[in-house]
Unconditional design. Structure first.
Length: 553
């Protein structure tokens, strides 16, 4: 709970002499060191991606470095493969951390970045607190913690637990008695609020009752709590700035108390506003996908998703409310940023206090912009084409496994101006890789408009012409022209109502809608000649035969 919050902008000047927590938040360093410390309990979500991004931007903007650390002290919630999946997503997003389990610094082991491999370190620091009288062993059975402060205060006052000395504690441990290690905060602490300076929210204050109970540092199974491991790791890794979600702000008094007990200067803290649903509730899948992997599977460009989360809760130009996720509409080109743009413009004083709701229309807009930028440059276009081919091969293994299959390139050229994502281009390529549905509403509309007899006549002539000739576009054009000329000649020899009905269109135009029906189910897509060229004469003729069979009464 925050009380008496003073909202200030910019990097604060630490106050001197006001309270121990203010003095201890005055850490400064020439080279910033940051960390992103997720728990491997599932897939990385949008909020986690934004936290990693802001750490990356800060480190790159101010010549620092950032560390990927795995906080896995809650072993009951671990998901196998989650660490590797998060590392893969960060690489995909272009967030190249400087150190981590797969990138240990010189002299460090991979386990240095995984909390479950550092249990001896945490126990050593817990013992140091025990030796200094700043912690004690609690052998009481666990009790439920009351929700209301008054009950908690009364319980603490009535219990007045006297922990055993170290010799007695060792005897109890040897006898098999379970215990926890607690930090001493309730004894001898001045009864006043805890004050600190947050680099986003400014001056923050927490009531005395926020740390009424002595918090557990080491659980009965010997594992450290999140709070002890977090503080020890930040200190030993030389972290100077902690950028983390707003949900950790209530833990700040405990973390500051730990830093004081361990006689370490704490880093500077910057708590980031949460991402929420449009109604202000916790971000959930009812309103949008929350996991980064789902956007990746949809074919969203990594640059677009990074741009998207970077707009949320950040005022890039000082225009409007600075909350890119909350504004209606798609946006405009002024919100399209590359990673280099965001690094150049990043500053903590531009992070807003208000929570942000993702605007999916804006993501579609950003994805179109970033996709178009890639297709305008040859190397990026080729890479995008290879990604599209891989997605086609995944959906149609037999039809699209060949790297030489031209359907991807045709879909890229034809549909990219309209497509929001690579997934939309995959759908556009479906006209080449699966048979159309000639019973669909679109197909029936074509037949009703032209008349079944007209469609059958045109397709019957075209299928015969396509069985002969080479695969070049010129040859295909010539074959269709022969059919059109023959039908034109036949039409000129007719008179009356039949002639009027059949000559609604002249030349090759008369062939286009029936052929589009047969080859693509009547849907928009590439030109008919291009479709025949991609499918080949034999496959095109087979589709026309199948369409004619479907049109039989």
């Amino acid at each position: 709970m925050l009380v008496g919050v003073t909202w200030r902008r910019g990097l604060p000047v630490p106050r001197r002499g006001c309270c121990w927590s203010c003095r201890w938040t005055s850490t400064s360093a020439a080279t910033p060191v940051l960390r992103f410390a997720p728990s491997p309990t599932g897939q990385l979500h949008l909020g986690g991606l934004r936290t990693a991004l802001f750490n990356h931007l800060f480190a790159r903007r101010f010549g620092g470095r950032w560390i990927l650390r795995i906080e896995d002290t809650d072993q009951s919630r671990l998901v196998p493969g989650a660490v590797e999946a998060m590392q893969d997503v960060l690489r995909w997003a272009g967030l190249d951390y400087d150190e981590g389990p797969d990138r240990p610094a010189a002299g460090r082991q991979a386990g240095s970045y995984v909390q479950s491999a550092r249990l001896a370190t945490y126990r050593a620091h817990a013992q140091r607190l025990l030796d200094a009288g700043r912690a004690y062993r609690d052998f009481r059975p666990p009790k439920a913690v009351p929700d209301d402060v008054a009950t908690r205060r009364a319980r603490v006052a009535s219990e007045r637990y006297l922990p055993p000395d170290e010799a007695e504690a060792r005897r109890l441990i040897d006898a098999g008695h379970e215990h926890v290690v607690r930090l001493v905060v309730s004894k001898g602490r001045p009864k006043r609020e805890t004050r600190a300076r947050d680099l986003v929210y400014g001056d923050v204050a927490f009531p005395y009752d926020e740390l009424l109970d002595d918090p557990v540092l080491v659980k009965s199974d010997g594992w450290p709590t999140y709070h002890l491991a977090n503080v020890v790791d930040d200190a030993e890794m030389g972290v100077t700035h902690v950028l983390r979600g707003e949900e950790w702000l209530p833990s700040l008094p405990l973390h500051l108390a730990l830093y004081e007990a361990l006689e370490w200067a704490p880093p500077r803290f910057a708590h980031l506003p949460l991402l929420v649903n449009p109604d202000g509730s916790k971000l959930s899948k009812r309103h949008a996908d929350v996991h980064v992997e789902s956007y990746r599977a949809r074919g969203i460009e990594p640059e677009a998703l990074v741009n998207f989360v970077g707009l949320m809760g950040f005022n890039w130009h000082g225009l409007g409310d600075g909350n890119g996720g909350d504004r209606d509409g798609e946006g405009d080109g002024s919100e399209v940023f590359s990673m280099a743009d965001m690094i150049d413009g990043f500053s903590l004083d531009r992070i807003t206090h208000s929570r942000a709701a993702p605007n999916m229309g804006k993501l579609d807009f950003l994805n179109r912009q970033h996709l178009a930028a890639k297709l305008a440059h040859a190397p990026a276009r080729q890479h995008t084409l290879e990604r599209l081919r891989a997605m086609l091969a995944q959906r149609w293994p037999a039809a699209a496994s060949s790297a030489g299959n031209p359907s991807a390139g045709v879909a890229l050229d034809d549909a990219s101006p309209r497509a929001d994502s690579l997934a939309a281009l995959v759908d556009a390529a479906a006209v080449f890789l699966e048979a159309p549905d000639w019973t669909s509403a679109e197909a029936r509309a074509v037949v009703d408009a032209l008349g079944r007899d007209e469609v059958v006549l045109v397709l019957s002539r075209c299928v015969e012409a396509l069985r002969q000739g080479d695969e070049s576009r010129d040859a295909i054009e010539a074959s269709l022209k022969q059919v059109a000329d023959a039908l034109q000649q036949e039409g000129s020899e007719e008179s009356g109502t039949d002639k009027k009905k059949k000559r609604k269109q002249k030349g090759k135009a008369r062939l286009m809608r029936p052929l589009r029906l047969a080859l693509m189910g009547g849907h928009p897509g590439p030109t008919v000649v291009e479709a025949i060229s991609v499918l080949g004469r034999h496959a095109s003729a087979a589709r026309i035969d199948a369409c004619l069979a479907a049109l039989q009464p």
